[in-house]
Design a protein around this ligand. Structure first.
Ligand code: ZN
Length: 338
């Protein structure tokens, strides 16, 4: 999630009203989970120490090391068979990082390895997307290291964490190059596309017109349905642009999918939120519900069980539509694996 999104959404949401739809089955797959090795834990704790007020709202679980076994336990509690680990290795090359530049490469590698090992030890229940800051000078070395590794399912990019500036030609070109490398390696890409700045139409347009075409027919999963957690005007206008692009058959959209991680509002009794949710449902239907997959972003907000109950209570799909979304499996879950 992004920090500003979290500040708007987190306080009190775990007490939000949940009316689980008892008739619905569990999700087949959680497409958005985060474990973390001891290095990420240490880094996050250093950042908390520097700025306690910024992090006060976050779930304490975020500041503890979590293993593949912990992820499986969270999935078991929700009756979910499989999950996707999104490595947070990009944490170290972030503009917010506290580590020495000379240590970034080794820390990035170790965190990706931690995630790859977790999936390898999961009996095919977990998949791993390695993480890298695409604008970091060591990014290409890291991608090359993992090329052809059977333990890697795909690549996770986080624009908020990576200091993405969509107005910068260098950034747009660099991002496009990383998408084209991913295509060459046959890696799907999961991207938290929303940067940290103002989130206007230009950002999504630039992404759709100048970056996505470099992905070719690679599957691209837009995290948080185009936002950074929560639903606001920025998310809806991004989805509207994605819907246009899909309708026009724009390059890179053939296998474009969206995860529902933390696509939630804090209080549904607020009429502004109720209207945002209603418009979200319309846009999701326009894009097509076969393109929406379940993800919880565990542990940022709630465990998968509670997260999905909250989604089902807030997003007013019909029961049949929910059944379809809950059963959706991204194509990468079915490809080559151990
Ligand atoms: Zn996430």
């Amino acid at each position: 999630m992004c920090l500003t999104c979290a500040a708007k959404l987190l306080p009190g949401i775990s007490e939000a009203l949940r009316s689980a739809r008892a008739a619905l089955p569990p999700a087949a797959v959680d497409h958005h989970l985060h474990i973390q090795g001891p290095d990420v834990t240490a880094e996050l704790r250093r950042r908390v120490a520097l700025s306690p007020e910024t992090f006060a709202i976050f779930n304490a679980g975020l500041f503890q090391t979590r293993t593949g076994a912990d992820a499986l336990e969270a999935l078991d509690a929700a009756g979910i068979e499989q999950g996707v680990l999104l490595s947070m290795a990009y944490t170290f090359a972030s503009h917010r990082s506290t580590v020495e530049p000379a240590d970034v490469a080794a820390l990035t590698r170790r965190e990706n390895q931690f995630n790859v090992d977790a999936a390898a030890g999961s009996g095919s229940r977990l998949r791993t997307f390695i993480g890298v800051n695409p604008f970091w000078q060591g990014a290409l070395d890291e991608l090359n290291f993992w090329a052809g590794d059977e333990g890697v399912t795909g690549l996770k990019l986080h624009m908020g964490n990576s200091g993405f500036d969509w107005r910068s030609n260098d950034h747009i070109e660099r991002l496009g190059m990383v998408f084209s490398i991913a295509q060459g390696m046959r890696w799907p890409v999961i991207i938290h596309a929303r940067g940290d700045g103002d989130y206007g139409e230009g950002e999504t347009k630039g992404f759709i017109e100048r970056v996505l075409p470099q992905a070719g027919d690679t599957l691209v999963q837009i995290a948080h349905a185009g936002g950074g957690g929560g639903i606001d005007e920025g998310v809806l206008s991004a989805l509207d642009l994605y819907a246009d692009a899909i309708e026009q058959g724009a390059p890179g959209t053939r296998q474009l999918i969206f995860d529902l991680a933390v696509v939630l509002v804090r209080d549904t009794t607020d009429p502004v939120n109720a209207s945002l949710l209603e418009r979200f449902v319309k846009l999701a239907r326009r894009i097509g519900l076969s393109r929406f997959v379940i993800g919880s972003d565990w542990p940022s907000l709630l465990p998968p069980l509670e997260h999905n109950e909250l989604s089902e209570s807030q997003i007013d799909f019909t029961d049949d539509e929910w059944r379809l979304v809950l059963a959706n499996r991204a194509a990468y879950m079915n490809e080559r694996h151990h």
